[in-house]
Design a protein around this ligand. Structure first.
Ligand code: GLY
Length: 571
């Protein structure tokens, strides 16, 4: 009897403490998020997530943590983390009950012009557009992160930059994926073609770092200390600015002292839409991400996606059909809204209904039959994302980039800073695709001081007016479709956030006319899609989503396993 009583007691106590400490997890899925009651930071590098989580633990808010994480990623994720690039941040401030979109995208130097990347025969010159200093836009990251901190953070710039300085100065253990990519022929050629790049990422005589060896970045540490001591002024007017302009003048770039001085991040109204009971809040132009995410969700809302099921050929077909229509529209209608009158009516439910009229469950619409639509009548390979939620109810969704992995591969001497090659996100010549195979038009032509069109889609999804899901992804043209699918996995397929992130993805971007499919779908499904007429392209992994769901008292974090060393870290 005594034995039974003690078993009952132990059971009761364990249930009591279980229900107090951890949410009840239903083991419906083999995928498990990281769970916490005190907040969450998810980024593409565990070590950077730990920087952010430490800030939260020390009483900072989500913006403090996001800025510290972004600066740390500039050191430990050189392929995309940056101070020489730009990006977009969507912030929800609980106290203000307001979501703010901070546009810190790079701008074209004032001397840039429409034909910048055409050679003497009028052909697109890929080397100029992607791998020269002409490819660099005026960087916005430093100004953008600083703007977020001083307006919405609680800690000082010195406090949040300190971990990045330490990581650059003392070094960090090189993870396998970084060691491999730096040793690979392509990247090594690109990064060692300038002396400053060789110095930053290789040992003496261009010898590779092995995984596990410490990589300290002396020049980058100098830049970060300049920023720590003199703030963004060091970058836009001071010693860093002088080094940038000196290199531009030496090597044929266009960025001038005046361009740097004039650079300002912009607060914009985020774009908003709904999907069933959820409210979607995302980035407006100069990103195309938010508009097309909402446009595609509007179209899909009309179909019984939940019943058709995740990964069925019908669901994949419908997703491909809406993707094609959205990307056709993107090619014509999207550009920097400060220069071009972007039709926000692309997000109208009525426009989605109109587009859906040409979608059939039985038949594939050939891309040649899909032209960019006319939304006006309805007036009514590399980037990184991280997500932060704090215990005060604030949320940050941040995507920033150098464009390609390691940008143009050019490091500004003395700064350790890789330059972006974001100018290739402009449409250099109508009908000629950019580095992501994307087409564009007048809306996205090159002009001085204009922001090149982006696909970055930092997003916050609300349920019952509370932030519910925060997410975003790298992946160039595949960013928007990646965010779409992970959002649908949570909202429509009711997956937990880890399963939603891990599940296989597809991508269609209208042109080229192929359906890209990750490994992991059933061969039967793929066969059905082929039978329907799809040209299937088995793709490498797409995107790297860092997401958090907040449900009840708990934060559920999921770092995408597609990229090694990502991490969800609780404070
Ligand atoms: N550079 C990729 C993008 O902004 O979409």
């Amino acid at each position: 009897m005594k034995r039974y009583l003690s078993i009952i007691l132990v059971t009761l106590i364990s249930q009591f403490s279980y229900s107090n400490e951890l949410p009840i997890i239903e083991y419906k899925s083999i995928h498990h998020p990281v769970i916490s009651k005190t907040g969450m930071v998810v980024s593409q590098r565990q070590i950077a997530s730990e920087v952010g989580a430490t800030i939260l633990r020390n009483g900072g808010n989500a913006v403090d943590a996001a800025v510290a994480t972004g600066l740390a990623l500039a050191v430990v994720l050189p392929r995309a983390g940056n101070i020489g690039g730009g990006g977009f941040m969507v912030v929800y401030m609980k106290d203000l009950n307001k979501t703010i979109a901070i546009d810190y995208r790079e701008k074209a130097p004032s001397a840039a012009h429409r034909d910048l990347f055409l050679d003497e025969n009028g052909n697109y010159d890929k080397r100029k557009a992607q791998f020269s200093l002409l490819s660099a836009g005026v960087p916005g990251t430093v100004a953008g992160l600083h703007h977020a901190l001083i307006n919405y953070g609680t800690m000082s710039w010195k406090e949040v930059i300190a971990p990045a300085v330490k990581l650059a100065e003392e070094g960090f253990a090189v993870p396998h994926d970084l060691a491999n990519i730096l040793a690979s022929e392509n990247y090594k050629r690109r990064l060692t073609s300038n002396e400053a790049g060789a110095q930053s990422f290789y040992k003496e005589n261009n010898e590779n770092y092995a995984a596990g060896e410490m990589l300290a970045q002396r020049d980058l540490a100098w830049s970060l200390k300049q920023l720590r001591d003199f703030g963004p002024k060091a970058f836009y007017e001071g010693e860093i600015a002088k080094k940038i302009v000196k290199e531009m003048e030496r090597n044929g770039g266009l960025i001038s002292m005046e361009d740097l001085k004039q650079y300002k991040p912009v607060e914009r109204e985020p774009v908003e839409g709904t999907f069933r009971d959820f409210k979607i809040v995302s980035m407006p132009p100069a990103s195309s991400g938010g508009i097309h995410l909402i446009q595609m969700l509007n179209m899909l809302e009309e179909f019984p996606i939940k019943e058709l099921g995740f990964g069925s050929s019908d669901t994949i077909h419908l997703m491909a059909e809406v993707m094609k229509r959205a990307y056709a529209d993107r090619s014509k209608h999207l550009g920097d809204m400060d220069f071009y009158d972007v039709p926000f009516s692309l997000m109208d439910k009525k426009y989605a209904k109109e587009l859906n009229k040409s979608i059939s469950l039985q038949k594939v619409s050939p891309s040649k039959d899909i032209l960019p639509g006319d939304p006006y009548p309805y007036e009514s390979p590399d980037t990184t994302h991280y997500s932060v939620m704090d215990k005060f109810g604030n949320v940050v969704s941040n995507t920033y980039t150098l464009n390609f992995s390691y940008g143009s591969g050019i490091v500004i001497p003395g700064t350790g800073m890789l330059m972006n090659n974001e100018m290739d996100d402009f449409s250099s010549k109508p009908g000629v695709p950019n580095g992501y195979g994307l087409l564009g038009s007048e809306a996205n032509s090159i002009q001085g001081n204009k922001r090149p069109l982006s696909s970055m889609t930092p997003t916050i999804i609300f349920r019952n007016d509370q932030p519910y899901l925060v997410l975003g992804s790298p992946g160039g043209s595949r960013i928007i479709t990646t965010v779409l699918q992970v959002s649908l996995n949570v909202m429509e397929h009711e997956m937990n956030v880890a399963q939603a992130v891990n599940s296989p993805r597809i991508h269609h971007q209208w042109l080229p006319e192929v359906l890209m499919i990750e490994d992991g779908f059933s061969p039967d499904t793929v066969q059905l899609l082929e039978d329907k007429g799809y040209k299937i392209y088995p793709s490498r992994t797409m995107g790297s989503v860092q997401a958090i769901v907040k449900e009840g008292d708990y934060f559920y974090g999921a770092a995408d396993p597609r990229r090694p060393n990502s991490g969800a870290v609780a404070p």
